[in-house]
Design a protein around this ligand. Sequence first.
Ligand SMILES: CC(C)(COP(=O)(O)OP(=O)(O)OC[C@H]1O[C@@H](n2cnc3c(N)ncnc32)[C@H](O)[C@@H]1OP(=O)(O)O)[C@@H](O)C(=O)NCCC(=O)NCCS
Length: 179
Amino acid sequence: MRNPCLVGTKVYLRPLEEADAAECHVWLNDPDVRRTLAVRGVPHTEASSRAWLRALDPRRDQVFAIVTNEGGLYVGNCGLHDIDPVDRHATLGIVIGRKDRWGQGFGTETVRLLCRHAFDDLNLHKVCLSCYATNERGLRLYARAGFTVEGRRREQVFIDGRWVDEILLGLVRGEAPVG
Ligand SMILES: CC(C)(COP(=O)(O)OP(=O)(O)OC[C@H]1O[C@@H](n2cnc3c(N)ncnc32)[C@H](O)[C@@H]1OP(=O)(O)O)[C@@H](O)C(=O)NCCC(=O)NCCS
């Protein structure tokens, strides 16, 4: 393991580095991966990914690389964004960019690791996120992790030529099967 911050049984999370931009910008251009992401509308280059990473303030955005324990494969990015020190909430983001690695439990474990970090290390009260209604895999994952649907923004995003609802979800400290 290199530079592990949060360690699970299948994956560990290490700080995302500028050097990771060389690999992860490619995932963000993959139509299957980007379809359910807010960044889907623009092309990504190594330079734009580096610039995004450089601009982050770690007090506000904590971003991690997701790496498999077995084989040390860098499979995705995740993070807690817009960390609010007054209201003590943050917005969770995740992408398993290597789509050949979907369905192996990496996403589920990553969400659990991030929520545990939010509650037990950062002393946050709530983790929020939004997920598009067409993202069934994501919605099942968040339900498994204990998130509650709190709202629905109708026809909020335009994906593959049609309007799609955005589902708002939240997990309040203590109500989770964070595991
Ligand atoms: C959504 C996303 C994060 C899910 O990641 P993932 O690693 O595929 O998720 P998991 O493997 O934990 O769960 C997916 C399925 O695999 C199953 N699974 C869990 N552990 C498993 C294992 N050890 N072996 C096989 N399957 C497993 C889960 O039960 C789940 O099945 P279900 O969807 O039928 O309920 C990933 O598909 C992704 O990055 N998509 C593109 C970006 C995106 O949508 N991000 C989220 C925006 S809100």
